[in-house]
Design a protein around this ligand. Structure first.
Ligand SMILES: Cc1cc2nc3c(=O)[nH]c(=O)nc-3n(C[C@H](O)[C@H](O)[C@H](O)COP(=O)(O)OP(=O)(O)OC[C@H]3O[C@@H](n4cnc5c(N)ncnc54)[C@H](O)[C@@H]3O)c2cc1C
Length: 532
C-alpha cells in the first residue's frame, strides 16, 4: 500500500487507569474513530510508524493487557471505540433473534436495546459499563447451568458471552495488499476460533450474535445459610448446598466475606408471572448499599492500612452486616424483573478491589466437592496467616458456575469453539460440562496478599487437575503470582496457561498471521501470547 504521509488528525492525549488503579499511564495518544475507514487509516499509519495500537474499553480489566504499569507509552496509540462505534441493529426471528453491533457499545446500552425487542441474555457480567469488545476479549461470563430437566432456550447458551458469536469483523493484515484491512470470519471458519475470545490480540470491529427471547427472573437473596452447609462436601437431601440451588433454578452466586460464617447467596429463578411477594424492578443496580463505600468501611480501611491489620475480621463482619441491613432497608432481598434489571448489579462507584480468578472445568457432580475443597483450603490458609499476624485477604470470595462454550449451542452448523475461552470444552473429557468460577478479592497492595494468592494458585493448579478437573485462568483477573506480584510467574505464563489449551500454538499462529507486525500487542501480551 501507499505510505500514509501525514499523521491522521483527531488524536488527543488521555490517561489510562485500570480498575484497581494498579496499572496506569498518562498522556497517551488516543483516537476515537468515527468509522472503520478512519480506524484503518490510524492502524496503517501506526504500523508504518512503529506504533502499537490497543483498543481501550472502559479500562475495567485487572490484568495488564492494555498497557504495562509505569512504562513509556510514547509509541502507543489507544483506540476508544465507545464514543462513536456503538451502533446496533437487531433482527427478530420469531421469539429469538440476532443483532449486529459495533464493539464500542456498552453492555447496558446493548441490553436495553435488546430488551425493547423482548430479547436478552440470562447470564452475563455484573457491571453494565463494560464495552462489548472488552467483554468478548476475555469471554465475559455470568452464572448459569441448566436447572434439573431444563432445556436450552432457542438461541441460548450455557457458556460465556463469546459463545453467542455468529460472525465477527476484525482488523487484519492483508498480505496481498500489504496493509491492514477488515475481514469477516464466520463461526464455522476454523480461523475464527482464537478471535472469539481474543485476549486483546486483535481489534474486533463488529460482531453478529445470537440472542434468546428475554425472560423475567426472580432474584432472591439468602443470608442465613451457614457456609458449612452451602459448601458441604457433597449434595445431600435436606441440605441447602450450592448444588441444591443449581438443581433448583440453575443460576446462583455466593459472596462470602472473610471471617463471617454465612455468605450472601443469590439465586435467579425464571418467573414469567409476577410472584406477589417480590419487589418488581424496572432498572438495574438494585443494591445501592454495595455500590457506595460507607464511611464506617473507609474508616476501617484506614485503620487496617495504618498499623491495625488485625481489624480485618471486623471489616468482613461489617461488610456482611451492611449487606443484611441494606437488603432489608431497600427491600431488595426478593426482586423480580427483566433479565438485565436483576443481572446487572455492579456500579463503577463500588469498592475498588483486586481479585484473582480461575475457572475449574469439571463434571457437574463435582461442583460440591470442588467448592468444599477450595473453602477448606482457604480457611486453613487464612488461619495459618492469622497465626503470624498476617491478614492478606480482606475482601470476599465469589463463586459462580456456568456451562462450557460448546459449539453445539451455536445456531451455525459446523461452528467451532472459542479456542482461547477459559471454558472451552476439554476434548479428552467430554463428560466435563461445568466451569466453577472462583475469585478471592482483596484491597490493592494489602501486605502478603500476593504471597497468599501465589500459595493458593499453586494449590489450585495442583489440586484441580488430572481426571478430577482442569484449571484455567480468568483472563481479566489476577493470576500468575509470585510472592511479590501478579502476572509475573514465568512457569504459569510459559507452561501452565498455554498447557491448559489444546492447539495453543495453532491459535497463536492464526493471530500472528493476521497481525505479523505485532501491531496489536502490549508488553504483557508479547510475554504471554506466543508460540511455545
Ligand atoms: C467491578 C468489576 C466487576 C466485573 N464483573 C465481571 C463479571 O461479572 N463477569 C466477567 O466475566 N467479568 C467481569 N469483570 C471483568 C470485565 O468483564 C473485563 O475486565 C472486561 O474486559 C472489561 O471491559 P472493558 O470495556 O473495561 O475493557 P478494557 O479493560 O478496556 O479492555 C480489556 C481488554 O479487552 C481488549 N478489547 C477491548 N475492546 C476490544 C475490541 N473491540 N477488540 C479487541 N480487543 C478489545 C482490550 O484491548 C484489553 O486487552 C468485572 C470487572 C470489574 C472491574
Amino acid at each position: 500500500m501507499e505510505i500514509i504521509k501525514t499523521k491522521p488528525t483527531g488524536s488527543y492525549y488521555s490517561d489510562y487507569e485500570n480498575w484497581s488503579k494498579q496499572v496506569s499511564g498518562t498522556h497517551i495518544q488516543t483516537y476515537s474513530p468515527k468509522n472503520v475507514a478512519e480506524l484503518l487509516n490510524i492502524v496503517n499509519w501506526a504500523w508504518q510508524n512503529n506504533y502499537q495500537v490497543r483498543v481501550s474499553g472502559q479500562q475495567h480489566n485487572w490484568s495488564p493487557l492494555t498497557i504495562a504499569n509505569g512504562n513509556n507509552n510514547s509509541q502507543i496509540i489507544l483506540i476508544d471505540m465507545s464514543k462513536y462505534l456503538k451502533n446496533v441493529t437487531i433482527t427478530k426471528t420469531g421469539d429469538s433473534g440476532t443483532f449486529t453491533a459495533q464493539t464500542g457499545i456498552l453492555m447496558e446500552a446493548l441490553f436495553t436495546a435488546l430488551e425493547k425487542k423482548t430479547l436478552g441474555y440470562y447470564a452475563h457480567p455484573a457491571p453494565g459499563d463494560l464495552t462489548l469488545g472488552g467483554v468478548l476479549a476475555i469471554n465475559g461470563h455470568g452464572t448459569c447451568v441448566p436447572a434439573k430437566n431444563e432445556k436450552l432456550t432457542e438461541k441460548g447458551t450455557w457458556g460465556t458471552i463469546s459463545n453467542n458469536i455468529i460472525s465477527l469483523s476484525a482488523i487484519v493484515w492483508d498480505s496481498t495488499a500489504e496493509c491492514y484491512t477488515t475481514k469477516t470470519f464466520q463461526r464455522n471458519d476454523p480461523e475464527i476460533a482464537p478471535f472469539l475470545a481474543c485476549v486483546g490480540r486483535t481489534i474486533i470491529y463488529e460482531v453478529t450474535m445470537q440472542v434468546p427471547r428475554n425472560k423475567r427472573l426472580r432474584c432472591q437473596s439468602f443470608v442465613d445459610i451457614p457456609a458449612t452447609e452451602l459448601f458441604a462436601p457433597k449434595a445431600q437431601t435436606g441440605l441447602r448446598t450450592f448444588s441444591h440451588y443449581l438443581d433448583q433454578c440453575g443460576k446462583a452466586e455466593a459472596i462470602w466475606f472473610p471471617f463471617t460464617d454465612k455468605p450472601w447467596m443469590k439465586i435467579w429463578t425464571e418467573s414469567p408471572s409476577y410472584p406477589t411477594v417480590s419487589k418488581p424492578v424496572h432498572s438495574p443496580y438494585n443494591y445501592p448499599f454495595s455500590d457506595r463505600v460507607p464511611v464506617e468501611i473507609s474508616d476501617l480501611i484506614k485503620l487496617i492500612n495504618n498499623g491495625y491489620p488485625e481489624k480485618t475480621p471486623a471489616m468482613g463482619n461489617l461488610q456482611m452486616s451492611l449487606v443484611k441491613t441494606g437488603l432489608g432497608a431497600t427491600i431488595s432481598g426478593d426482586l423480580w424483573g427483566w433479565s438485565k434489571d436483576v443481572l446487572l448489579y455492579v456500579k463503577p462507584d463500588t469498592l475498588r478491589v483486586t481479585a484473582n480468578g480461575y475457572a475449574i472445568i469439571t463434571k457437574r457432580d463435582n461442583i460440591q466437592p470442588v467448592l468444599h475443597d477450595f473453602m477448606t483450603k482457604y480457611e486453613e490458609m487464612v488461619e495459618k496467616y492469622q497465626k503470624l499476624n498476617s491478614w492478606p485477604m480482606n475482601g470476599p470470595i465469589e463463586v459462580r458456575v456456568t456451562g462450557l462454550d460448546k459449539p453445539e449451542d451455536s445456531i451455525v452448523s459446523g461452528a467451532v469453539a472459542p479456542a482461547l475461552s477459559a471454558v472451552r470444552p476439554v476434548d479428552e473429557h467430554p463428560e466435563w460440562d461445568v466451569a466453577i468460577w472462583l475469585d478471592i478479592l482483596s484491597m490493592p497492595d494489602t501486605p502478603d496478599a500476593n504471597k497468599f494468592y501465589n500459595e493458593m494458585e499453586q494449590w489450585i493448579f495442583a489440586h484441580f487437575s488430572g481426571d478430577y478437573a482442569l484449571t484455567r485462568v480468568e483472563w481479566s483477573k489476577g493470576w500468575g503470582y509470585t510472592d511479590d506480584a501478579a502476572w509475573e510467574n514465568n512457569d504459569v505464563l510459559n507452561n501452565i496457561v498455554p498447557g491448559s489449551y489444546k492447539d495453543w500454538n495453532e491459535s497463536m499462529a492464526i493471530l500472528n498471521k493476521y497481525d505479523p507486525h505485532q501491531t496489536f500487542t502490549s508488553p504483557f501480551m508479547r510475554k504471554l501470547l506466543k508460540q511455545r
